[in-house]
Design a protein around this ligand. Sequence first.
Ligand code: NAD
Length: 369
Amino acid sequence: MPGETRVAATPDTVKKFISLGCDVSVERGAGVSSGFLDDAYSDQGAELIPIADQGGWSSADALLCVQPPSRERLSALRRGALLVGLLSPYANGDLAAALTDSGLSAMALELLPRISRAQAADALSSQANIAGYKSVLLASAALDRYFPMLMTAAGTVQPARVVILGAGVAGLQAVATARRLGAVVYVSDIRPAVKEQVESLGARFIEPPELEDKPAEAGGYAKQASDAFLAAQRQQLSDQLAEADVAICTAQVPGRTAPRLISEDMLDRMRPGSVVVDLAVAQGGNCAGTVPGKTVERLGVKLIGGNDLPCTVPNHASAMFSRNLFALLEPMLKEGVLQLDSDDELVDGCLIAENGTIRRSDVLTPGAD
Ligand code: NAD
């Protein structure tokens, strides 16, 4: 994928797969952009194969990827082979067609159930953690002010005021990072359980609007809020943002367009020199006017579209992602043979296709793109 810098196996995880009896092939150069050179893989016993090597692909039982390869490339896999990675199942009709045509099985890490047994394999969390951390660093570099409070001979500098929208994995890491840099942090989320977590990190929680039709939550995720709720929330946030130096937007609802929390009117009230980083930009954006992968300046306010932040920390992002994949597959490997048990709650949740049959047609529909 253009802009993708991560890799789905490191020399360390290759070694672990081999110790479980697997043969591992790695495309030449696959790890270079994340700091893992070909020799490091071959030193651990991997076979290096050319890019898009038909032979290498057709003999594989499983293909580990970060994002899904094209339909054409997937057709090189043998029927019944397993594809594992971040497959964007909510927005990937083309993938559904490829899986059906080529008779493949596929596990989408986005759909891994959030049960404790799955934590080590939770790639959404490992990558969101990085995005949350990096969003604050980008904001601090773009901001026209210090983050910490400073008392200097030239006078006292007030700490930056940071508003974080959404306190899931990325949001909480953003809170922790902004606090470490010395900012005063305010957080908005619609799940009441978050308040305690936010306060334990030294931030202040903005209570959600008191309306009767409060958004529900299921499995630790927020459900979509009503238009009336979002309108009340925007009104409440408008005053907070008018005083903010930085807004970090991480609010998401799985499988839905991200809630619009910062409107043009609200941006009009923000101070020139302030910064918004929108991690939800690829899902439609929490903030008006943000563009994926770009920084747009609007009346002096910098709007940063932070859709690919894990790719900007590729070494650690790949190390964590690869460990997630190994943790997922290790229990299914018996003497080097992959045994998928679709009755296992963990497998059942994320196995979107089995031997070419779509199992999760609730999320993945051929021709939906
Ligand atoms: P996410 O990326 O889907 O959403 C990010 C945050 O946005 C969520 O906290 C959500 O409540 C919030 N949000 C949605 N609509 C909003 C709105 N209108 N205004 C403000 N905030 C809004 O969520 P995530 O980061 O993937 O994590 C969701 C939860 O799952 C977290 O509580 C996390 O701790 C938990 N979790 C549990 C496990 C586990 O138990 N294995 C693993 C990972 C995460």
